[in-house]
Design a protein around this ligand. Sequence first.
Ligand SMILES: [Zn+2]
Length: 705
Amino acid sequence: MVAVKNITRALCTTPICLRLANDFVKNLSPQYKSIDPCTNFEEMVCGGWRLRHEIPASQMAIDAIGLIREENEEVLHAILEGPYPGDLSRNPPSTDKENFETMKLAYTTCMDEDGLRKLGVTPMTKLLDELDGAFGSEDWSQSLVFANLVGATSLVSMYVAPDLDSPEKQVVYLNSEVGSGAGLSLPNRDFYTNTSMLMNEYVPIVANILQAVLPGNLSADSAQQARDLVRFEADLAAISPPASAGFYDVATRASFSEADALAPRLGLSKVYTAFAPPDIPPVDLLWNRAYIGNLSQLLDATSRSAIEGYITWRVILATQSLVLSDDHNIFEPFNALRNRLQGIVTTETAPPPRWRTCLASVLANLGWILSRFFTERSFSQRDWDLANQVISDVRTAYVHKLNTVSWLDEPTRAKAIEKIHLLVQKVGYPTANPNLTDPESLRVYYAPVDITSSHFDNTRQARASAMRRNFQQQLGKPTDRTSWGDFYAVIANAYYAPDTNEVAFPAGILQLPIFGGEDLPSAVKYGAFGALAGHEVSHGFDKIGMHFDGTGRLVDWWSDGVLDEYKKRERCFVEQFANMTVYANDKNASGRGYPVDGLRTVGENEADSAGLVAAYDAWVLRRELDGNKTGLGLPGLTEWTDEQLFFLAFGNIWCGVISDDGLKLELRQAGHAPNWGRIMGSTANSRGFREAFGCEVKEPVCTLW
Ligand SMILES: [Zn+2]
């Protein structure tokens, strides 16, 4: 800290300010007064957080957003266990109450462990018998439709989304996610080159499960079936594009008749017809043509029984969480192998409490009904107004900034500004498709899902309905920019979608310490939620977002010279983060440092840094509009200036603790840098930060704009 002198100003003492101020103070390192914020800001603002929070046994890390997630889950748990929260005297019984009771039935049915144990794997065995009847002689279409409807990705996954070239209309995407392993059962394609692991560990596990769940007539030689299907899965892995090969880079357009000609055995037009609404004009398909061609050849070279075994195995895995086996969990060895290969190491010995499983199930099956009751409790109209204002302010600041950036030429500048103007901002919850404020809209949305006392059937129906809804409600219609898809309002996360140029902040993420409503000092509002809003808006210009224009079209809108300047700035971020060494910081940490993958995380790092700058600028603009008054202070933090409070609030959203194993996993997989790096990198890239704390060097290390 530079000046340890109390600033004379009014303090915010509302309950929310007291709670947050108390947390901020406790989260500070006990030695914070002797820590230099210019070199160790993370330890300064989060050192105390780590003393107060331990990594849960089931996890490898916990952070401020993880705590929001846990708190949201407690709220949702209380909703699911409690009575209908509305006005019970309403007569006749309201649709709202009926929706609630439907959700409760789905929950209690899932919670009935005794009943589920009595059934054992029978529902799955019946399903597999049905699947067996869908293996036609001509092509794989019938079984692929079946697998898609029960939520299993296998040879084919199809979904409807905006056309990359004309985002106002919808097209069909084929296997766009298979490259990252969606059709593979082990964590990614690289594990399939380890033949001894496949044959000595994976195959016996598969054989045991097949033996336990297949109908008697099909399980005769489960060992042979397991070997064949694992070999096929390994062949599939070998032709799958690596995760680093972006689908957008290779996607080309085809008609379904071309698709049938290239891969007759997949029966793609039949799969499509099974889902598409009747009587709509022909729709294009976007696919990785070379991959589907290779897949077609592989199918020709593989025995029917191996492919049947593979699809069966994928259906088993997709439905494993819906059955409870009698004495022990027969799927446990497979999940343990997967976790081990991935590097997931936890100290948890017991399975998670059943309510967590059932909460996840209700969320997946009836997520918008659950979201309605969550938002009623945890998000107000005033929250909605405030969040929208902060996002709008961030966008205004962005436009100001873009107008002054010297390395942009005028055509590119105009396009970038247009992209900010066209951005769709979604806050809290949807008001269409479905409208969360209208119980009737929710009822209609879930009408095809008939919730009964069968947990297995409930989930099966919900999945089939979601698959059909995606096709029926979108194909042949203009792109619906109001839909939230399945990004439920309870989710503690946010997103930017390049193909619709939209940001979404569900009520689930608009919770303390990210968002605390209008009472908080504006430095805190903008330092926390503003930075998050800035992060998502900035994704529009990161390494992926930059390829899309304001309408969501995949098009090059950067002039050549400008593009070189952009790449130069991008390289700065890559190097800055590649030069970072990060350490685990839980109580058992080894003290060993690890490097960050600067290249893989560059998009998130750009978004963090540009977002923090935009939030700071937005706050300064807002303060000017409000007459440049000193903001309210927080009790216990009176020596912090408004500017310092801004960055204190920012740091607090990324406080966390992580184990060595957790850190190694994150560094291998995550799109973003570890939390420590997010705080240190973004503040090093903020002139506002360096000025606020009187750092010697004021120049940011890297800036995008
Ligand atoms: Zn991001």
